[in-house]
Design a protein around this ligand. Sequence first.
Ligand code: FES
Length: 111
Amino acid sequence: MDKNNLRIENHPVLGEYIKGKEVKITFDGKVITAYKGETIATALIASGIKVFRYTPKKNMPRGLFCAIGRCTDCVMEVNGRPNIRTCITPVENAMIINTQIGAGQWKEGSN
Ligand code: FES
């Protein structure tokens, strides 16, 4: 097992992990490798990134919590759109992902 790969390769219930096509995503200006079929959160965690946002009132760090799209702790700015739940959003090549500060901001030109 590769120490730098944090992806589960053999899951007792889901079986063998089959990597999808390699894609590149940008997190806070840094290009990282991800694989088609995995979520943004998976790619970030596998790259050692654990803080996805900071809360609006107390500026506290948040990251992956429920991992099923229910708690919103994992929301980030994705392609200029805030509040995207990264635990249920699949990666796409050339995605721009930024840590969300507070409620986040819409970037001009995002849809
Ligand atoms: S971690 Fe709970 S919604 Fe994503």
